[in-house]
Design a protein around this ligand. Sequence first.
Ligand SMILES: [Zn+2]
Length: 72
Amino acid sequence: MDSQSESFDGYLKEKDIECPNCGEIISIIIDQTIKIQEYTEDCSVCCQAMIIRVNLDDEFNQLSISNETDPF
Ligand SMILES: [Zn+2]
């Protein structure tokens, strides 16, 4: 059915990423309505912060993770 109803998968996407601090695989939820975003997330395994950078421009679907707290 091609209706206007939005599915969960329509704008929120679950991604498996590797923690840059401990190397464990954890899942994060990405809001795909925001094309370019950068935020910190605490690893559920080692509790250390990581920087999530997302670029969904033109469906590039780029996702990079780093453990640098602040580049400046
Ligand atoms: Zn970790």
